[in-house]
Design a protein around this ligand. Structure first.
Ligand SMILES: Cc1cc2nc3c(=O)[nH]c(=O)nc-3n(C[C@H](O)[C@H](O)[C@H](O)COP(=O)(O)OP(=O)(O)OC[C@H]3O[C@@H](n4cnc5c(N)ncnc54)[C@H](O)[C@@H]3O)c2cc1C
Length: 326
């Protein structure tokens, strides 16, 4: 079967666009299909991205798309990929079709194409697929949190700590990871409170460590977050009392945004506190399934725009290598 595309990139965020730029410059017929919801779109600015530090995400993505659009081999298309079906074109046997679930170890190094099916029913065929779908950042269910997410409520101090430095900051977590985050956040403020939302799950050594670092432990059950002018002003407790806060570091867990990785049968990386659903890749973004690559949050353990760009670039080189040898 002759595939229309040499690579279909699913997701046009930082990782997918970075990959598309490299693929376009390598003159590889590439289709980027993007649902248009990068994870940081609600954020006030991108913290810590060299050359674009604090730039509004919408501006950054518009510039990135313009970079990619300059290369005729690449098409950027708005849409949602509903499923990907792997076809095996085994030497001598004619085209055979696999279901979209089971990984087939009979896939030869040279063989296989993919049919990508969009939510609108459109079908496209490709020699390689690059999953750059990002992740769903699941947040604690705290009243008042959502409007503040990506601003004064954040999951990454490296991204958002600077903007809140020197002010009263909170960490919402009751266990070991809360200790770690509170220790970390002290680099940005002398006034850090660990909100355990009820009894803590710390041992004596952890409590003493936090005390020695000047971190307050507040065990009052949290009822919600108060805002003033669109920014966090206080944590509100079940007993009606409050604690003034200007920034809150919250725990998140990352989850695949769709079943594509599972459908394709890729291996996942070992469990971490951040995610149980990270796609396992080699340094060039290759997954355990021949012809399937991944980059960005979907397959890296430290999510950031810079890391997504780097991973996208490496995965594109991996795709080109495969197309060259296959
Ligand atoms: C609130 C917030 C603030 C952040 N702030 C910063 C920061 O300041 N600095 C920093 O370095 N990092 C920050 N990050 C992390 C950073 O945004 C991510 O690490 C980075 O955006 C990951 O890029 P990605 O391309 O892998 O995924 P994403 O940017 O999430 O892009 C994935 C794209 O794929 C699309 N997609 C998903 N599934 C499909 C499908 N089936 N079909 C078609 N398209 C699909 C999505 O709609 C999206 O457009 C922040 C994250 C969050 C959540």
């Amino acid at each position: 079967m002759n595939a229309t595309w040499e690579c279909i990139v699913v997701g046009g965020g930082a990782a997918g666009l970075s990959a598309a730029l490299v693929l376009g410059r390598a003159r590889r017929r590439t289709l980027v299909i993007d649902a248009g919801a990068p994870s940081n779109r609600v954020s006030h600015g991108i913290g810590g991205l060299l050359g674009h530090d604090t730039k509004k995400p919408a501006e950054f993505y518009a510039e990135a798309r313009a970079n990619v659009a300059a290369y005729p081999a690449v098409e950027l298309r708005a849409g949602f990929v509903a499923s990907v079906v792997r076809r095996l074109d085994l030497p001598g046997s004619g085209p055979t079709t696999t279901s979209d679930g089971a990984p087939d170890t009979a896939a030869s190094a040279s063989g296989g194409t993919f049919t990508v099916i969009l939510a609108d029913g459109t079908r496209e065929t490709t020699r390689t697929v690059l999953l750059a779908t990002g992740m769903d950042y699941r947040r604690p269910d705290v009243p008042g949190l959502e409007p503040l997410w990506g601003g004064s409520v954040f999951h990454c101090p490296f991204c958002h700590g600077w903007e809140h430095a020197g002010r009263p900051l909170g960490v919402l977590d009751r266990g070991e990871m809360g200790v770690h985050r509170a220790q970390l956040l002290r680099a940005w403020s002398d006034d850090v409170t660990l909100l355990t939302d009820g009894p803590d799950e710390l041992d004596d050594a952890q409590r003493e460590d936090l005390e020695a670092r000047g971190v307050t432990i507040d065990r009052r059950p949290v009822a919600g977050l108060d805002a003033d002018g669109g920014a966090l002003s206080a944590a509100r407790f079940a007993d009606g009392t409050t604690r003034p806060l200007n920034g809150l570091l919250i725990p998140v867990t990352l989850h695949q945004r769709s079943a594509l990785a599972t459908q394709l049968g890729v291996d996942f990386a070992p469990e971490s506190p951040l995610s149980t659903e990270t796609i396992a890749v080699d340094p060039m973004g290759a997954t355990s399934v021949p012809g399937v690559f991944s980059a960005g949050d979907a397959s890296i353990s430290m999510p950031s725009v810079a890391n997504a760009i780097a991973a996208g670039s490496a995965a594109a080189a991996g795709v080109v290598q495969r197309l060259t040898s296959g």
